[in-house]
Unconditional design. Structure first.
Length: 528
């Protein structure tokens, strides 16, 4: 017997065999059981997600000698003929090669004839969007009012190219890209049946490379068996298909989030020298950042996607960056990906994107600028009140100079070692929020009084002080103070004379020049 590839050998034969499309199979099973059958179905989705397989299984469910049934036997003549593609009552057409009006007219003439053996005559038209305009119009009347013994099953990857008149005559089912974990599980199942040794990391690498298509994943597994025999490791997958490992992508993104420009570029060069596809690495980076963003907002939403190891890395990296910064990174890399598609030197654009992304982490966001501008316009140095767990709102006061005083300020609490507490805070910031570490080094702990923890800044570091006093940074610092000291604190910021600057003002990572000019402009407005 000739060899049969995995994609055909393990093609779904029942509704329960279809992976990752429960919303479709459940509806079709209920329709068969309740005899609520439509005359036309449209299956939409990316390649390899089960569109044609679903149509064939529906045909078997309707024409099985034990049916209509949601569990076709697969053994009767009708089931075996449908599975083999040679049933007289199930006609499969490829609209890519049979797209003309003459083909549709022939189909329209044949629908009047009753089924040869089964209950229904079922037409499966694949890639139906490839029909010419004239052919689509010729199909319309038959599609709307076919004989009672005829059911149409249309499949397409591009529903937007179909006339609305065809869409409106069909029950539409959208098949989704299959989750990575589900594809990996199916690959392990095939490997077990074929007596192959498939490493878990290798299965996940194949699943990620298949991008949600089960057929692509099975074809890749077939190719790997031919390449390396019965034992398949992750390295084999990466070498054969030029993929990058998930651990490498996680390491690469981690270096970007920590602001390690040289290390990030070194890893990028290493991958380029190893012959990795720069476009694939860019798409992997964007996908990883997207998963990290979703994990940060709602971890449960990724239950079927990343492996447990990847989720552990997400948990470590999520605190390094705020949500708006992550969104900005994704936008920047997506724009760079668009430029790379047409660029002869893709590595150059990738390097520029990495450098720009890391620089962006050290810049003030638009929200922070607006917050500072509004405070200056109102002439109000008091930031909006913060709601604290189990307590009343606490105002964080920014002291801008000798003319502003705090009536509630008391003598320093001698029982509090502010230098020790602040030293621990700075140590944590270097790992948990590295993009503000150069700013935080300019802060000098001056003392603690009541619930106030005072930080002083040199006179030439006003912009640094304003960055750290923004809502997001202030809340982060106060939460970190509470975590380390076990007490609630309200940070008080002030400019002080005679404090040494640790970083020259001209070299500090402050807001862009345009932001500084805007702040100065509003200051002048307030004074006049």
């Amino acid at each position: 017997m000739s060899y049969e590839v995995f994609a055909r050998k393990y093609r779904p034969q029942t509704f329960d065999d279809i992976v990752g499309q429960t919303h479709v199979t459940r509806t079709l099973k209920n329709a068969v059981e309740q005899n609520r059958l439509a005359h036309a179905y449209l299956f939409v989705g990316p390649r390899g997600t089960g569109k044609t397989s679903t149509a064939r299984i529906l045909a078997k469910a309707l024409n099985c000698i034990h049916g209509p049934t949601v569990r076709p036997c697969g053994k009767c003549d009708n089931c075996r003929e449908i599975a083999g593609g040679n049933s007289l009552d199930v006609i499969e057409l490829d609209a890519a090669s049979n797209r003309g009006i003459d083909d549709v007219r022939e189909l329209r003439d044949n629908v009047r004839y009753v089924p040869a053996k089964g209950r229904f005559k079922i037409y499966i038209i694949d890639e139906v969007h490839m029909l010419t305009k004239e052919a689509a119009n010729a199909l319309l009347k038959t599609l709307e009012e076919p004989p009672k013994h005829v059911i149409f099953c249309l499949a397409t990857t591009e529903p937007e190219k179909l006339p609305i008149t065809i869409l409106s005559r069909c029950q539409r089912f959208d098949l989704h890209r299959i989750a990575t974990n589900l594809i990996a599980q199916q690959l392990h199942s095939i490997a077990t049946k074929e007596k192959l040794t498939l490493a878990a990391a290798a299965a996940h690498a194949i699943a990620r490379g298949a991008e949600g298509g089960m057929r692509d994943a099975e074809s890749m597994l077939d190719q790997l068996v031919a390449f390396c025999g019965e034992k398949i490791e992750e390295a084999d997958v990466l070498n054969v298909f030029g993929f990058t490992s998930q651990q490498m992508v996680a390491d690469f993104v981690g270096r970007i989030l920590r602001g390690e420009t040289a290390d990030a570029l070194a890893l990028l060069h290493e991958q380029c020298e190893a012959g990795k596809d720069m476009m694939k690495l860019m798409s992997d980076t964007i996908a990883y950042l997207r998963d990290l963003l979703v994990f940060k907002v709602k971890p449960d939403a990724l239950s079927d996607e990343p492996s447990n190891e990847t989720r552990a890395v997400f948990a470590e990296q999520a605190p390094l960056l705020e949500t708006d910064r992550l969104l900005e990174l994704i936008d920047q890399f997506a724009a760079a990906e668009g430029r790379m598609k047409w660029a002869p030197n893709k590595k150059l654009h990738f390097e520029v994107a990495v450098i720009r992304a890391i620089q962006t982490l050290d810049q003030t966001t638009l929200d922070e600028v607006i917050e500072n501008l509004n405070a200056l316009r109102d002439g109000n140095p008091v930031a909006p009140p913060l709601k604290r767990p189990g307590g009343d709102p606490v105002a964080a006061v920014v002291d801008r100079g000798p003319g502003v005083s705090d009536a509630g300020y008391k003598a320093n609490d001698s029982a509090i070692d502010v230098n020790e507490i602040w030293g621990k805070v700075v140590a944590q910031i270097k790992t948990r929020r590295p993009f503000i570490k150069s700013w935080i080094e300019e802060a000098h702990p001056l003392g603690a009084s009541g619930r106030n923890f005072e930080l002083g800044f040199p006179q030439d570091q006003q912009m640094v002080m304003e960055h750290l006093s923004s809502r997001a940074n202030r809340e982060f610092l106060e939460a970190l103070l509470k975590e380390i000291s076990g007490r609630e604190w309200a940070l008080k910021f002030s400019l002080k004379e005679n404090l040494p600057a640790k970083t020259p003002a001209a070299k500090s990572k402050n807001a862009p020049a345009i932001v500084r000019e805007a702040l100065e402009m509003f200051k002048g407005e307030i004074k006049t």
